[in-house]
Design a protein around this ligand. Structure first.
Ligand code: ADP
Length: 383
């Protein structure tokens, strides 16, 4: 197996207004799997096509095992690509499809079919060698495509939305299969996907937005600490609280909140708070610590939980996730507070267009906001 690296790649399609890739870099270690996620049109396929040699980038390097392959065609790059649609050879049977690469590499017919059978066993299609590929289900065809890609025995495997044409159940079984294949062969894999759950199959994920890599980290870390507001928006479920960081404290309409040292330094910064880390208090008691008065505008059930959308007294949109059944009706007023008031919050630099964070000078040291009196003191939502 091999390492794969894409270094500082720029790409602009002819006649395009803006570059599809702006200095994107991704490194995949030997035997590692990295997924690339991002909104539609963010450049994921372009990145994969550049890595595969299907597209020549405007500038940048592609290295396989440390060797620059930018001038090499796909077949000389020691990698193989699998797409969303299996693109099987209809004139060949199942084993013939899988044996194609070994045949091309010089194996005899019998040896190549023996090799094909080995990979068909790995993808749980033993005994189907002589089947006509057109007679297979979509899921089986994608298994053949995976076996064919593996049978090429190249250093790296590039997967472009490989399972997105399959229904949920089939996709889940392909995910299980990929885990098995990784345990058996440890291929180096770069996978493009728009599915954030699928992305977690990889050790780490690259978040590509507008052709730029915003973050490269394990998916759990990306959810915990999104590097930018754009990443948080892609994940969904975050409330953005604008303000200013000074000496490790975020000053905003909610009051003053300590922030994690790894996040934004001094200056305009947005707190990114997960909606399940917030709760609603019936009383808008400002003495209770940082929080903000807000009015419910919408409630949306998701399974056993309900997502409550509110508008804060500073007109900012807020989302809070509660167990279903809480008495939260549109129009009701609450105070939105953090469930854990002591934990340092996650702040990133405020780079949102048009955002004007409050100036540091003149920032009140004490919370002097108008108290909001609204009902009793009980709280709703998880403590
Ligand atoms: P993704 O895979 O993340 O959806 P793509 O890499 O397909 O994104 O596209 C990135 C950007 O490049 C988009 O704005 C898209 O419209 C543009 N683009 C993609 N392919 C072409 C092409 N062949 N010609 C011109 N523009 C393209």
């Amino acid at each position: 197996m091999s390492t794969l690296e894409v270094r500082d790649v720029w790409h602009r399609y002819p006649d395009a207004d803006a570059p599809a890739l702006r200095g994107a870099s991704v490194a995949v270690a030997d035997g590692e799997m990295v997924s690339v996620v991002g909104p539609s049109g963010s450049g994921k396929s372009t990145l994969l096509r550049v890595a595969a040699g299907l597209l020549r980038s405007t500038s940048g390097e592609v290295l396989v095992d440390g060797r620059d392959v930018a001038d090499q065609p796909t077949e000389r790059r020691d990698l193989t690509v699998m797409f969303q649609h299996p693109l099987l050879f209809e004139h060949l049977d199942v084993a013939g499809n899988v044996a194609f690469a070994p045949r091309l590499a010089g194996s005899g017919r019998r040896e190549a079919r023996r090799c094909a059978r080995r990979y068909l066993r790995l993808v749980h299609l033993e005994g189907m060698d002589s089947r006509d590929v057109a007679s297979l289900s979509g899921g089986q065809q994608q298994r053949v495509a995976l076996a064919r890609a593996l049978a090429a025995e190249r250093g790296a495997l590039l997967l472009d939305e490989p399972f997105s044409s399959l229904d949920r159940e089939l996709r889940a079984s392909m995910h299980d299969l990929l885990v098995e294949v990784r345990a058996a062969l440890a291929p180096t894999i770069l996978m493009v996907t728009h599915d954030l759950d699928e992305a977690t199959l990889a050790e780490s994920s690259v978040v590509l937005i507008d052709g730029r890599v915003h973050q490269h980290a394990p998916m759990t870390e990306i959810y915990r600490r999104p590097a930018t507001v754009a990443v948080a928006r892609l994940l969904g479920g975050f409330t953005e609280i604008a303000g200013t960081v000074r000496d490790g404290v975020h000053h905003c309409a909610w009051g003053r909140l300590p922030v994690a040292a790894e996040g934004a330094g001094d200056g305009a910064a947005v707190l990114l708070v997960r909606r399940e880390a917030l709760r609603l208090e019936v009383d808008a008691d400002l003495g209770a610590g940082p929080g903000i008065g807000a009015r419910v505008v919408r409630r949306r059930p998701i399974g056993t939980r309900v997502v409550v959308s509110l508008v804060g007294d500073d007109d900012s949109p807020l989302e809070v996730e509660l167990p279903v059944g809480e008495d939260v009706r549109p129009g009701a007023r609450f105070r939105v507070v953090l469930s854990d008031r002591r934990a340092p919050q996650w702040a990133v630099r405020d780079e949102r267009p048009g955002s004007a964070a409050p100036a540091l000078a003149g920032e009140p040291e004490e919370d002097t906001r108008r108290p909001v009196v609204d009902g009793g003191r009980s709280s709703v939502g998880p403590a």
